[in-house]
Design a protein around this ligand. Sequence first.
Ligand SMILES: Nc1nc2c(c(=O)[nH]1)N=C([C@H](O)[C@H](O)COP(=O)(O)OP(=O)(O)OP(=O)(O)O)CN2
Ligand SMILES: [Zn+2]
Length: 118
Amino acid sequence: MKITQAFRFEAAHRLPNVPPTHRCHRMHGHSYRVELQLQGDVDATTGFVVDFFEIEAAFGGLLAQLDHHCLNDIEGLENPTAENIAIWIWQRTKPALPQLAQVRVFETPDCWAEYDGA
Ligand SMILES: Nc1nc2c(c(=O)[nH]1)N=C([C@H](O)[C@H](O)COP(=O)(O)OP(=O)(O)OP(=O)(O)O)CN2
Ligand SMILES: [Zn+2]
């Protein structure tokens, strides 16, 4: 069984490694959406794979680090592409949520990166 919980955060960023002529070289912002997908068996008693409240609690601290911040200032996010944000979230969330199967980071409704550890 797979379950997914979505979160949103607002943040500024610039992409330092694209050419200066690329518009994303300049500071700008996005309304990001993060989807955490977990996979596992449904517990016979609770009916849960993992309680959504538990996911929220596990991710809340990271969300606070991201929300209304400049992503470039965050350690490990000096080049804050959607891809790198997805990896950053995975590495910091997987230890607390071993059933984590995929992280999706949407920069816009049409553009996203997904990471499953590989
Ligand atoms: N593979 C990636 N490509 C790009 C990334 C990324 O993270 N991974 N990021 C960007 C910029 O962050 C850029 O800001 C993307 O958003 P935006 O300019 O808003 O792109 P849109 O196509 O949605 O803009 P429109 O105004 O709707 O045309 C670039 N590439
Ligand atoms: Zn951007």
